[in-house]
Design a protein around this ligand. Structure first.
Ligand SMILES: [Mg+2]
Length: 245
């Protein structure tokens, strides 16, 4: 439970399914791969149907098998690379730009803390055109070689600083120049977004919207968000207020 009576001075956001629809990115990536394979409409439609039916893994293997493409391991790996390196077409969710603008007007420091593969995460942020709002941006993938892994992430190699590691939260707090108790984290995925900031004394908020992919993931012990909101204005009422109540 976060301390009460402390002003929130910094608001840090997750990226995927918090500021934009993760589904839009998936569709955009499928399209890039399908175009590369020379059958844009047919392959995109097939992969998207499979995704919407809840089958989210090994998409390119399944595509190869279904259409008899005979893709090798190396071919599949190249498609995964192509997916992660494609320039996506994305736009922020409704209310995001207004919220970021309003929080800045109220003097909040703004941060972005995101897991995920580089360069995909950079390309997403760039496609959204939101970089100018943030005083600090931390991609946890970049922190992998900077210091020992947190105990709970040992053995995760380049992903050792991914959430629920606290490393990224520590780093961005330092860069924003405010104490932990004056920070809030806004995310979408209870399985990994809120455990570390809860432990550090941050205020944690889950922003729920229809169509999110991970909103109903169960939280680990201690990983429940402190609040759940469903719109930008609701979030602004919570975080734009001068005091925690
Ligand atoms: Mg997310």
């Amino acid at each position: 439970m976060p301390a009460t009576g402390t002003a929130i001075r910094a608001v840090v956001f997750d990226l995927d399914d918090t500021l934009f629809r993760e589904r839009d990115y998936v569709l955009s990536g499928f399209r890039a791969v399908a175009e590369h394979l020379g059958r844009p409409e047919e392959f995109t439609r097939w992969m998207w149907r499979r995704f919407q039916a809840g089958r989210r893994g090994d998409t390119f293997d399944a595509l190869s098998e279904h259409f008899g493409l005979g893709l090798s391991r190396a071919d599949i790996a190249a498609l995964v690379e192509l997916y992660r390196a494609h320039v996506p077409r994305l736009r922020p969710c409704r209310g995001v730009i207004e919220l970021l603008r309003a929080l800045r007007r109220r003097g909040r420091r703004l941060g972005l803390l995101s897991d995920g593969y580089l360069p995909a995460q950079r390309l997403k942020l760039s496609a959204l055109g939101l970089e100018g709002f943030f005083h600090a941006v931390v991609f946890t993938e970049e922190l992998a070689r900077q210091g020992p892994p947190a105990a709970r992430n040992r053995g995760r190699g380049p992903h050792q600083a991914w959430k629920p590691s606290a490393v990224g939260f520590e780093r961005i707090r330092r860069r924003l120049g405010v104490p932990h108790r004056a920070c809030a984290y806004v995310g979408d995925n209870p399985a990994k977004d809120f455990l570390a900031p809860n432990e550090l004394g941050w205020l944690t908020v889950q922003w729920r919207r229809p169509g999110q992919l991970h909103a109903d993931n169960p939280p680990p012990p201690g990983g429940k968000p402190w609040r759940i909101v469903r719109s930008g204005p609701e979030l602004l009422r919570l975080l734009g207020h001068p005091r925690r109540t």
